[in-house]
Ligand binder design. Structure first.
Ligand SMILES: Nc1nc2c(ncn2[C@@H]2O[C@H](COP(=O)(O)OP(=O)(O)OP(=O)(O)O)[C@@H](O)[C@H]2O)c(=O)[nH]1
Ligand code: SF4
Ligand SMILES: [Mg+2]
Length: 418
């Protein structure tokens, strides 16, 4: 996966600051690897050190650890030049400082980065030995600089740094460009299955359906929209099989039965996981359904108050299917909108809606919060596919996700035998 993202598509994150403040130590802490040499001798890093990695949850990044640029002397000038060159290519800067040492040097760096319109995160490192003055922190926050306190040696504040990096990343690196345009190319056809039942809003389609249609049109693809009862007949009339069938997750079983096995099939909600969330993380979350035991607490979270009618998917169907799968009563807690619990520790799993009304950064922040709390998170469509035993089929259009599933599943096959 790392090799698959060209360098130019990686978010370039630079670590800058005086010598010996712990830039290399911070890089090692966030990557959990010994990427860059650390020592008590100032001036240890002499040339910029680059480290490509998958920074969860936002994706491929390139960290650039630089030489401290308060250097003096001839060698220092050379190092400073190389660090300065790194300034030219970063998209987000982490200015590492020690609490008690904030001066003209840091101010100048901030000004220089601001002039280049590079978002800056100030990491006051070595927080285990000294913390910055609150007045200074407030002044920096007023200037819209994100401030985090870290201790690279103790591993403290690293998750806050991760969250700050997510918040600071430019939208181009956060927003996925396509919902399914990469799966259904120009001149190819997708069949969309849209149940019209009592939950369907009168006279219109719901947002994920509209977004998918729009994306297909933008990709110069065709699309055929049918209800689940018409699917079989519609497929029979097509001269060539469609490139993809996308169904509402609630109709998964019938649609899977009516779609020839050779035709790739997925759901709107799974497409949304990729578009608005993190499909791989949410597939991993779904895999933990197998670990649920009767009595466990599951948080079902919706980003808005959209599905209030009748046999509601989040309140009735998902609890019913999950309960059947687990074979005993689970405790379901529901959250809507911003009312997402601060404390996630009571939950064994979070099942989230597709977040179609949110931007991706918001959903990724939620995924990050779950990671920090050590609570798996998945989404509606993935949960339904998993508990109905069609997970593998629903993931076939997404090779990386399929790999996660295949790596984890037992040789006996998927949980459908349960
Ligand atoms: N107490 C404490 N010491 C730290 C922390 N982070 C780094 N150090 C120590 O500070 C020293 C310098 O760390 P480096 O990571 O090499 O610092 P650097 O900013 O990369 O230094 P140069 O490459 O020389 O510019 C080492 O002795 C580290 O062990 C921290 O959070 N707390
Ligand atoms: S944001 Fe979530 S709850 Fe609201 S309409 Fe979209 S998928 Fe449904
Ligand atoms: Mg260093």
């Amino acid at each position: 996966m790392i090799a698959s993202a060209p360098k130019g598509l990686r978010l370039h994150i630079g670590l800058f600051g005086r010598r010996n403040v712990g830039k290399s130590s911070l890089l090692n802490a966030i990557t959990r690897q010994q990427v860059s040499i650390v020592s008590a001798v100032p001036g240890t890093t002499t040339d910029p050190v680059e480290k490509p990695m998958e920074l969860l949850p936002q994706g491929p990044v390139l960290f650039i650890d630089t030489a401290g640029i308060d250097d003096t002397g001839a060698l220092g000038v050379l190092r400073a030049q190389k660090t300065r060159q790194a300034l030219e290519r970063v998209e987000v800067a982490v200015l590492v400082a020690e609490a008690a040492v904030w001066g003209d040097f840091e101010e100048q760096l901030v000004t220089e980065l601001a002039a280049r319109q590079i978002p800056v995160i100030v990491a006051f490192n070595k927080a285990d030995s000294a913390r910055p003055d609150q007045g200074l922190v407030d002044r920096l926050a007023e200037r819209e600089l994100r401030v985090v306190l870290t201790s690279a040696t103790e591993g403290a504040g690293i998750e806050d740094l991760r969250a700050a990096l997510l918040a600071a990343a430019p939208p181009d690196f956060i927003d996925n460009p396509a919902i399914l345009g990469d799966l259904v190319g120009p001149g190819e056809m997708a069949v969309l299955v849209v149940p019209i039942d009592k939950e369907a809003p009168r006279g219109r389609l719901i947002l994920p359906q509209v977004q998918v249609i729009r994306d297909l049109l933008d990709s110069d693809a065709y699309c055929l929209v049918v209800k689940e009862r018409e699917l079989r007949g519609a497929l029979a009339r097509l001269k060539a099989p469609p490139k993809l069938v996308v169904t509402d997750s609630q109709a998964f079983l019938k649609v899977a039965a009516d779609t020839p096995r050779t035709v790739p099939l997925t759901s709107f909600s799974i497409l949304m996981s990729r578009f608005k969330g993190d499909l791989l993380a949410q597939v991993e979350g779904a895999l933990t359904i197998d670990r649920l035991r009767p009595g466990d607490r599951v948080l079902v979270a919706e980003a808005c108050a959209h599905h209030p009618i009748g046999e509601d998917i989040g309140r009735v169907k998902i609890p019913r299917w999950l309960t059947q799968y687990v074979g005993g009563k689970l405790e379901f807690i529901h959250a809507q909108g911003r009312d997402f619990p601060e404390d996630l520790s009571p939950y064994r799993l979070v099942v989230h809606c597709g977040a179609c009304l949110w931007n991706r950064r918001e959903m990724l922040s939620r995924i990050l919060r779950c990671r920090q709390a050590g609570v798996p998170i998945t989404n509606y469509g993935l949960t339904i596919a998993y508990s109905l035993g069609i997970f593998e089929r629903a993931l076939e259009p997404f090779p990386a996700a399929l790999e996660v599933w295949r790596a984890r599943s037992s040789p006996a096959g998927e949980g459908m035998s349960k």
